[in-house]
Design a binder for this molecule. Structure first.
Ligand SMILES: Cc1cc2nc3c(=O)[nH]c(=O)nc-3n(C[C@H](O)[C@H](O)[C@H](O)COP(=O)(O)OP(=O)(O)OC[C@H]3O[C@@H](n4cnc5c(N)ncnc54)[C@H](O)[C@@H]3O)c2cc1C
Length: 533
């Protein structure tokens, strides 16, 4: 993927695009892959970087959602379990089968969760990742050596999936590009163009790198802007009723010692009514998440003090080594775009539907919002089916159920630390042939080499230090202090690739450090939750 080449295609385009997708998160990427692989002409426009919104901030699970089963939402669970299986089949280099254990401290938990997980297995049908099992105390301790032992009776083990959200996102973008889609980051839609009858016929986008303005004609426009859904809908109809309710969740990252082994811990019912996970991820322990309603949205939401205390306290009840604020390597926050129409009976966002909604405004703007990362493919198929009808496009069948995602490799572990790149790992290592220095680790506490940064600038449209350290590599999430320490070196690598000067490097480092400070909780005072005031 080369941004200059993408820009040239947009400039040279005379015909309307079949489908223009606004938003470059999981939802927009899915739509672009689906539509391009069916053979439509697709343009995807992202205002910031791909994944800068919610799609880089997930708990990294490809799952059916055990909690939705508890809520009785069987069809949502079944659909997600099927998509989990499809995703493992199409992207085995990024999606992994992971064992989860629900620890049992009361007599009723083993039969209760044991039966629940058997239903979960059953609903997965032929897409099952493996059978669940009630474990003895010894078996539980063997898999979760750092679980709190007093009162522990055993556990229930089940299987679910795990992934790296932005690695999958970039591979989806690349897959779309390989099928002819044009994709631009840093190109926000600022207007929707309508015909005399008031139907959306295109968009106006601005390249935020140089201010260039594009008038873009489209047969169909898909709004996949997540938490910015209503803002985009207002571009077509200023008075529309909002349909999205934002709710934020935080994750804390700790080192491996808090959860040794390769099994995750799942707490089905926390005090805020959510599930809490402690998951091994890229050699760290990821713990989350919360569910706090918030009044407004932003790209870099702050955690609330209460959320940090809540996650530390809840994790501390289950782990032998109680984590403290000093142990946090990074804190990152995501905002869920929940759909209001589903309604909440108790005023809590944790009871709002996690299902997705397709909504068509009077202007013909198609909005796809809600759902989960796990179900992005199914959401995309449904959206493209609707978009082709709206755009009067020739009908073409969806092919993504069996479409391999870029980087596909059945045994990625043979690529060692580069396994998450799948087949691209070989090309990254090739870069070191021209410059062996690129094999050097970027930091002793991070699993990245310099070649990955160069690769991301040349092939994955990495344009800023934030892109390279937060979403192409995951340095900011894995260890925010280490990410800040390598910022100058990484900015210099990027500058060389992108033809930028020393002033650009300085500006990048300065703005990245300012942003990264909020990922480091030691010495940072966060706001109080709106719920507490
Ligand atoms: C804390 C948390 C944990 C989660 N964990 C999981 C999990 O483990 N597994 C799972 O399956 N799901 C999970 N989810 C859900 C999942 O992350 C989301 O459903 C998904 O990422 C939403 O993707 P999206 O593309 O709709 O939104 P986004 O990723 O936010 O993408 C929308 C994009 O639109 C862009 N945009 C906005 N306005 C414009 C404009 N005018 N022009 C151009 N672009 C624009 C934004 O910049 C943004 O990049 C989690 C969510 C949260 C909040």
């Amino acid at each position: 993927m080369n941004r200059d080449e993408m820009l040239t295609r947009v400039r040279n385009r005379k015909e309307p695009w079949d489908i223009v997708v606004i938003g470059g998160g999981a939802t927009g990427a899915g739509v672009a892959v689906d539509a391009a692989s069916r053979g439509y002409d697709v343009l995807l426009l992202e205002r910031e970087d791909f994944g800068k919104g919610t799609s880089s901030r997930a708990t990294k699970l490809v799952h059916g959602g055990v909690r939705y089963l508890e809520q009785g939402n069987v069809s949502l669970v079944m659909e997600a379990l099927k998509e989990r299986g499809i995703l493992l089949r199409n992207a085995p280099h990024i999606v992994k089968d992971l064992k989860f254990i629900v620890p049992n401290y009361s007599w009723w938990e083993a039969p209760f969760y044991g039966i629940g997980m058997k239903i979960y297995d059953f609903l997965a049908g032929k897409y099952s990742f493996g059978s669940s099992k009630v474990l003895s105390l010894e078996e539980t301790l063997a898999l979760l050596p750092t679980i709190r032992q007093d009162g522990l009776r055993g556990g229930v083990m089940y299987h679910d999936g795990q992934f790296d959200d932005t690695r999958l996102l970039i591979n989806l973008m690349t897959t779309a590009a390989e099928h002819g889609a044009t994709l631009l980051n840093y190109a926000g839609v600022v207007e929707l163009k309508k015909d005399e009858a008031g139907f959306v016929q295109g968009v106006v986008a601005i390249d935020s790198e140089n201010g260039e303005r594009f008038e873009i004609a489209a047969r169909s426009v898909v709004n996949a802007t997540g938490i910015f859904t209503d803002e985009t809908r207002r571009l077509a109809e200023p008075g529309v009723q909002p349909m999205m309710v934002p709710s934020q969740g935080i994750h804390l990252i700790f080192d491996h010692s808090f959860l040794t082994g390769d099994t995750a811990l799942m707490v089905p019912q926390t005090d805020d009514g959510r599930v809490l996970f402690a998951v091994p991820w890229h050699g760290r322990t990821l713990v989350g998440t919360t569910d706090t309603p918030i009044p407004s949205v932003s790209y870099e939401p702050l955690p609330f003090e209460e959320e940090i205390d809540f996650v530390l306290e809840t994790a501390g009840r289950y782990l032998t080594h109680k984590p403290t604020r000093e142990d946090i390597l990074s804190v990152f926050v995501g905002i869920r775009p929940l759909v209001k129409a589903a309604g909440a009976s108790d005023g809590k966002t944790s009871s709002l539907s996690r299902d997705y909604t397709i909504h068509i405004d009077h202007s013909g703007l198609l909005t796809i919002v809600g759902g989960k990362w796990t179900t992005y493919r199914h959401m995309a198929e449904d959206s493209v089916d609707h978009a082709t009808t709206l755009g009067r496009l020739e009908e073409k069948p969806c092919v993504t159920a069996t479409l391999h995602i870029h980087g596909y490799h059945q045994h990625p572990e043979e690529f060692g630390v580069l396994s998450v790149y799948g087949t691209d790992a070989l090309a990254i290592l090739e870069l070191a042939k021209e410059n062996p220095d690129l094999l050097r680790p970027l930091h002793p506490d991070l699993p990245y080499i310099a070649a990955e940064v160069v690769w991301s600038a040349r092939n994955e449209m990495s344009r800023t230090l934030d892109d390279a350290l937060a979403r192409r590599t995951r340095a900011l999430l894995l260890n925010a202090r280490a990410a800040v320490e390598i910022a100058p070196a990484v900015a210099s690598l990027l500058a060389k690739e992108l033809g930028k000067d020393a002033t650009w490097v300085d500006e990048q480092v300065k703005s990245f450090k300012a942003m990264a400070a909020q990922y480091i909780p030691q010495g940072t005072k966060y706001p109080a939750s709106p719920a507490s005031s």
